[in-house]
Ligand binder design. Structure first.
Ligand SMILES: NC(=O)c1ccc[n+]([C@@H]2O[C@H](COP(=O)([O-])OP(=O)(O)OC[C@H]3O[C@@H](n4cnc5c(N)ncnc54)[C@H](O)[C@@H]3O)[C@@H](O)[C@H]2O)c1
Ligand SMILES: O=P(O)(O)OC[C@@H](O)[C@@H](O)[C@H](O)[C@H](O)CO
Length: 492
C-alpha cells in the first residue's frame, strides 16, 4: 500500500468493482444484533451470513460490533465507516472477495461501558453473538461455572465497569431487564461444547455473585426472557497479517485495515430455540436444528482435534503453519491414522457424520492461508479435554487402545515442557501450567500434575476412564526417542 492508496469507506466504495459491493445493506439499515469480540472470525463468518440474510430478506439486522477488551478493531472499523472486505481463498488460489457492511455500529467496552449496556438493552436488539475465544469465558471446565478464584470476574461483580465478556453481557442483561425490553437470544460461537448451555450457566453464576437484591430478580428475568442457543461454527480464518493487508490493497486499490482472509468453506449450525426473531439466516445456508450435539462432536473431534494434534506436533517438529506441518509426510501419515482409527470412529459412534479425511486435509492444508500453529496451540487446557481426551476415554471404555490420540495429548504436555524460545510463548494460563510442570523430572510426574485438570472434566467425568497412564507412556517415548521417532512409530 502506498500513502496515495485511498482508505476504504463509504465515499471510496465506488472505487470497488460493483460485484463486490452488490450485497451491501442499504444506508440507514438499523442495528438488531450485538456481537462481543469482533475478531477476524466474526467478520468473516457471522457478519457475512448476516449480510447475505439481509440481502435475501431486508431487515434491520445490522451488527453493533463490541470489542470486549481491545480497541484496534473498533478503531480500524470506525476509520472506514464500518466497511471492510472479506477474501475467501480457495486451495487453488481463486479468491472470492466481497465488501461487508453488516456492521452498523461499534463499541469499545473498555472506553464506553455504558454504550455497550445501552446497546444490549435496546429494544431493537434481539440477538447477541459472541466470539471471545475459549479463554474469554473465564470458566472452570470441570464445573462449567465461572472460575471461583478469578479476580477479574470478582471485580466485575463488585460493580466496576465490566471488563470480562460475561460481566459485560450480564450488566447489559440487567440494563435490559430494567428497561423492560423484549426477550433476547444469545448465540455463543466459540469452539466449546454445548456453548449455549455453558454460557447460560456462566451468566447465572455471575448473577449469583451479585447482591441478593439484584441477583434474584435478574435470575428470574434471565430464566424467562433470554434464550441461550448452542451453535457450531466452521471456517478457517487465520489472523490477518500485514502481507494480507498489502495484498488486498494491491488487488483492490483501496487500503482496508479491517480486511480478513479465510477459506471458502463456511458453515453454521444453530440450535433452534430462539426467544424472538432472527435474520433470514436459514435462507443463506445456516442450518437450524433442535440438537447441535452430533454436529458439535464432528466439529470438535474431526476438525479441531486434528488441528490441535497438528499444532502441538507441528511446533515440536519446527513448523509454523498448518500447511507447512501437513506438508510433512510423517505428520500426514500420522494424522491419517489418527483420524481413520480413532477420531472419526469416535465421532461416528456419537451419531455424527465425519468428512472424508482427504477432503478435510485439502481444506486444512490450504496452501494459500497462513494458519498459525501457535494460535491453535493457545489455551490448550480449555480445548484438549473435548477434542482429544474425551474421544480417547471412549476408546478405552470400549477396550481399545487410543495410542494415536494419546500421542497428541502427550505432544501438548511436552510442548509445555519445552523452554520458551524453543517454542512460542503461549497464553498466560498455559505458561502458568508450564511453570508448574517445570520441576517434574519424569513423564509420569508431569502427567500426574495435570491429571485432575485434564482428565477429571465435564459432565461424564465421573465415569470417564483416565487415559493418563497412556499419555505418560506416549510422553516417555517423545522425551526418550524424540518427536520425530514417536510420530513415525505411531503412524506405523
Ligand atoms: N479463526 C477461526 O478460524 C475460527 C473458526 C471457528 C471458530 N472460531 C472461534 O472464534 C474464536 C475467535 O476467533 P478469532 O480468529 O476471531 O480470534 P481473535 O484472536 O481475533 O479473537 C476474537 C475476539 O475475542 C477477543 N478476546 C480474546 N481474548 C479475550 C478474552 N480473554 N476476553 C474477552 N475477549 C477476548 C479479541 O479481542 C477479539 O475481539 C476462536 O477462539 C474460536 O473459538 C474461530
Ligand atoms: O483457538 P481455536 O483452536 O479454537 O481456533 C483456532 C482455529 O484453528 C480454529 O478456530 C479453526 O480455524 C476452526 O475451528 C475451523 O472451523
Amino acid at each position: 500500500m502506498t500513502t496515495a492508496t485511498p482508505r476504504l469507506n463509504r465515499a471510496a466504495r465506488g472505487l470497488l468493482p460493483t460485484e463486490l459491493t452488490a450485497e451491501l445493506p442499504p444506508p440507514g439499515t438499523g442495528t438488531g444484533i450485538v456481537h462481543l469480540g469482533p475478531g477476524a472470525f466474526h467478520r468473516a463468518h457471522q457478519a457475512v451470513f448476516t449480510q447475505l440474510a439481509m440481502a435475501a430478506e431486508p431487515g434491520d439486522w445490522g451488527i453493533c460490533a463490541a470489542a470486549s477488551r481491545g480497541r484496534s478493531t473498533v478503531e480500524a472499523l470506525r476509520g472506514q465507516d464500518n466497511l471492510y472486505t472479506v477474501t475467501e481463498r480457495a486451495a487453488d488460489g481463486a479468491d472470492r472477495v466481497r465488501a461487508v457492511g453488516a456492521i452498523t455500529d461499534t463499541v469499545s467496552a473498555l472506553d464506553e461501558p455504558e454504550r455497550l449496556a445501552a446497546a444490549l438493552a435496546a429494544q431493537a436488539t434481539r440477538v447477541v453473538t459472541l466470539t471471545v475465544t475459549e479463554g474469554g469465558y473465564r470458566h472452570d471446565p470441570a464445573t462449567g461455572r465461572l472460575a471461583s478464584d478469578d479476580p477479574e470476574t470478582a471485580a466485575d461483580a463488585l460493580g466496576r465497569a465490566p471488563r470480562t465478556a460475561v460481566g459485560q453481557l450480564v450488566r447489559g442483561l440487567q440494563a435490559r431487564s430494567r428497561a423492560g425490553a423484549e426477550s433476547l437470544t444469545v448465540l455463543p460461537c466459540d469452539n466449546l461444547p454445548r456453548n449455549g448451555r455453558l454460557l447460560r450457566g456462566l451468566v447465572e453464576s455471575f448473577c449469583e455473585m451479585l447482591p441478593e437484591s439484584e441477583a434474584a430478580p435478574l435470575l428470574e428475568w434471565v430464566g424467562e426472557r433470554v434464550a441461550f442457543c448452542s451453535t457450531v461454527v466452521d471456517q478457517v480464518v487465520p489472523a490477518t497479517e500485514q502481507a494480507d493487508l498489502d495484498r488486498v490493497a494491491e488487488a483492490l486499490g483501496v487500503a482496508d485495515a479491517a480486511a480478513v482472509v479465510g477459506e471458502q468453506h463456511r458453515s453454521w449450525v444453530v440450535e433452534d430455540a430462539f426467544a424472538g426473531p432472527r435474520p433470514a439466516w436459514d435462507r443463506v445456508g445456516v442450518q437450524f436444528t433442535p440438537d447441535v450435539g452430533p454436529y458439535e462432536t464432528v466439529k470438535l473431534r474431526c476438525v479441531n482435534a486434528p488441528l490441535s494434534a497438528t499444532a502441538c506436533l507441528g511446533l515440536l517438529l519446527g513448523a509454523e503453519t498448518v500447511t507447512e506441518a501437513v506438508g510433512r509426510l510423517d505428520l500426514r501419515r500420522y494424522l491419517r491414522a489418527l483420524y481413520r482409527d480413532e477420531l472419526a470412529p469416535s465421532a461416528a459412534a456419537a451419531g455424527g457424520s465425519p468428512p472424508e479425511f482427504d477432503a478435510l486435509l485439502a481444506r486444512l492444508g490450504n496452501p494459500n492461508l497462513r494458519h498459525q500453529l501457535a494460535k491453535i496451540a493457545q489455551q490448550g487446557i480449555g480445548k484438549l479435554p473435548q477434542r482429544l481426551v474425551a474421544p480417547a476415554a471412549e476408546h478405552v471404555r470400549r477396550g481399545e487402545d487410543p495410542h494415536l490420540t494419546c500421542l497428541a495429548i502427550a505432544a501438548w504436555v511436552h510442548l509445555l515442557r519445552v523452554p520458551v524460545g524453543a517454542r512460542p510463548r503461549l497464553d498466560p494460563v498455559s505458561e502458568e501450567i508450564a511453570a508448574e510442570l517445570a520441576p517434574a523430572r519424569y513423564a509420569t510426574e508431569a502427567v500426574d500434575l495435570l491429571r485432575e485438570r485434564l482428565y477429571g472434566l465435564s459432565e461424564e467425568s465421573g465415569s470417564r476412564p483416565d487415559v493418563g497412564d497412556r499419555v505418560a507412556e506416549a510422553l516417555r517415548t517423545v522425551e526418550v526417542r524424540g518427536v520425530h521417532a514417536a510420530v513415525q512409530e505411531a503412524a506405523g
